[in-house]
Each structure stands twice: as C-alpha cells, then as structure tokens.
Design a protein around this ligand. Structure first.
Ligand SMILES: C[S@@+](CC[C@H](N)C(=O)[O-])C[C@H]1O[C@@H](n2cnc3c(N)ncnc32)[C@H](O)[C@@H]1O
Length: 346
C-alpha cells in the first residue's frame, strides 16, 4: 500500500498497515485455497469465469480480487478481468520458489486460532495451541491426517528451497553415513544424498512425519543408499551414522525436551562423530536485530510447541548439557536465515 498524508509517510499509516496485516494474510491464504494463482497462470480471467471455476459468489470474489490487486498480487486488465502479477506468481503450485503450501498451512484454522491467543502465551509462557485444541501439536497432526499432510507439504516446500543450498554449502563428502533426525518426508536428505554420491543415509521420524519419505527418496534416485525408520527421538535414534543432522527440530522444543533429544543422539553417535544442527541463530547486542523470519518463527514456536529460536550462547549451553561441544557456526544458508551449527561429542 502506498497511501501517504500530504506526501509524507506517517507513523500512523505504518501502524495502520500493521493493524490490518490479518486482512492481507487471510487474503493471500484464501487466494491460495481457491487456487486463484494457478487458475490465472495461463493468462487473464474474468470474475465470472473464476467464480464459475471456484464455486464462489461472483460479487464477493470481485472484492477479494480487488484486495489482491491492492496488495499487488493481481492486476486488473479490463473491467472485471484480472491477471497474476510477478509478486503473486510464487503462490502458484508449480513456481520454483513456491510458497503455496506455506500460504495454505500458515493461515488455516489452527494457525488463525492459535495466533488469536498470543496474549495467553505471552502471559503464561504456555503454547496457545494447547489451550485451543487441548493437545500437543504433533499429537494433533497425528490425529488429523489432512493437517499432518499440509504440515509435511509446507515443511517440504520450505526445505526444498534450502536443500540445494545446504547440500552445496556444507561439505558432507567427509562423512560415510548421515542420519537425519526428524527428517520428515526426506526432502533434505534426498537433496544431500543426490549431491554426494558416496554418502549413505538413514532418516528417522514419527510414522506420520516420515510418510512419503520412501517416495521422495525413490524419486531422487537415492533409495538404494538410504532407509527411512519410524521411531521416537526421545527414546532412541538409529546407530550407524558418523554424522547426525537435525534441521528445524531443536527450535520445536523447550530446553528440557531438547536435551532429551540430544542425549538420544549422544547415545548413538560414535566417538569422533559429528552433530549438525540447522537452525536460525538469534543475534544479540544493540543494532543486531533478528530478521522478520526469525521472530515470526520464534513466536510460532511459542504458540504451537513451546519451543523457541536461540542465541549462540543458548545453543552452546544446551549442547553442553547433552555432552556435546559447539565447534563451529556457519554463515547463514540462503534463502533461509538458518546456519549450520557443528558440534562434537565430549
Ligand atoms: C519442524 S519439522 C522439521 C522437519 C525437517 N527436518 C525439515 O527441516 O524439513 C520437525 C520434525 O520432527 C518430527 N518429530 C516430532 N516429534 C518427533 C519424535 N518424537 N520422534 C521423531 N521425530 C519427531 C516431526 O514429525 C517433523 O517432521
């Protein structure tokens, strides 16, 4: 939005945009739910055509398209006819850097209702999700397969954007067998194994989490070098690896649970083995503000799981409690803000 008062952009205009952020987010979410970006992929369409294809109320769909246009996602090509803009293109399912699955997951009912209880989490420190749904988020995804699937797809979409960068920027060629703990549907491990033909892999996740892993590993042509194992990382982690990788796992949990996971890894890892965490690291000190992605993820963890994003000192302390020593923190891996934290068992 570009509104200004007397030419100058005022603080109240900026605050107004923040206070209407929910409108923008839900508009993007509903556009993705209705598959409007895909339906506009081949060119401009009239409101009547789109309403017919999406089974929506034409005058109300027009209002949604006007809101999308004010956000820059679409442009009006003739009266009542709209096309997708460059900004709206990543909402298409086939876009190389697609955010469609994230748009679908982030604002679905569970996210919307949990964010509505942010005040509860800030007052108590307890995940709003527990208050709203009466159970933990991973119990909920196991009990609601459609949500579990939406979560897996959004994780895979996010990880696909990062997998190539992690595989290329980190030297995995010095390892024999990499165990991806909480590896979800295998998107990251498949990318790393494809880039390192000499490497073998083992993936561990819950039965719901690793659904689809066999298919991902087969599609990447690495199934012969990798096995997917269903299990519980609080109980045990597969042996046989010389490197253990946990991407976006530690931030899901409070310190006590993290130490339990890391101790499971510590029990499995051989002397001289390597532990790799792929996580954002919150910068500390004046003038070193965390990015929007970091703070959003941090509040998501507060609301959903009770986890958090951590500073380097917090990682060092956590690792120490599970008998690991932090030895290196890489530069941020683009396009994520995450870094690779390397640790060794002590
Ligand atoms: C935030 S996701 C990260 C997935 C993947 N590493 C990535 O970055 O795409 C956390 C993963 O931990 C898995 N998980 C949760 N609880 C688990 C448990 N008790 N044992 C094994 N995996 C678990 C979830 O199923 C999910 O796949």
């Amino acid at each position: 939005m570009t509104d200004t008062e007397g030419g100058a952009r005022t603080s109240s205009m900026t605050l107004f945009e923040m206070l209407t952020g929910h409108m923008a987010a839900q508009t993007v979410h509903v556009a993705a739910e209705l598959n409007l970006p895909d339906k506009l992929a081949a060119g401009a369409r009239t409101v009547a055509e789109l309403a017919e294809q999406t089974g929506t109320h034409p005058p109300s769909l027009l209002r949604l398209l006007r809101a999308m246009t004010s956000l820059g996602l679409t442009a009006e090509t003739a009266e009542g006819e709209y096309e997708l803009t460059e900004l709206g293109s990543p909402l298409r399912a086939d876009a190389p850097d697609s955010l469609r699955s994230f748009a679908l997951l982030n604002l679905r009912e569970e996210g919307w209702r949990s964010w509505g209880e942010l005040l509860h989490s800030v007052r108590t420190g307890d995940p709003a999700f527990h208050k709203v749904y009466g159970m933990k988020v991973f119990e909920y995804t196991a009990a609601h397969p459609a949500v579990g699937e939406a979560f897996n797809e959004a994780m895979a979409e996010n990880t696909r954007r990062a997998a190539r960068a992690v595989a290329v920027e980190y030297d995995f060629s010095r390892f024999g067998t990499l165990v991806d703990v909480g590896g979800n549907d295998g998107t990251l491990l498949a990318g790393v194994l494809a880039a390192h033909p000499g490497l073998k892999g083992i993936l561990l996740d819950t039965p719901t989490g690793c659904e689809g892993a066999e298919a991902t590993l087969t599609a990447a042509g690495v199934a012969g070098r990798c096995q997917a194992v269903a299990g519980d990382f609080f109980t045990a982690v597969p042996g046989g690896g010389d490197a253990y990788l946990l991407k976006a796992v530690i931030h899901d949990w409070d310190d006590e649970h993290c130490v339990r996971i890391l101790r499971s890894v510590r029990a499995a890892i051989p002397p001289g083995g390597t532990l790799l965490l792929v996580e954002p690291v919150i910068p500390t000190g004046p003038g070193r503000a965390p990015t929007v992605r970091m703070v959003t993820s941090d509040l998501n963890m507060l609301l959903y799981t009770g986890g958090k994003e951590r500073t380097d000192e917090e990682f060092r302390a956590l690792l120490g409690k599970a008998s690991f020593e932090l030895t290196d923190i890489s530069e941020p891996i683009r396009p994520l803000d995450s870094r690779v934290l390397t640790a060794r068992p002590v």
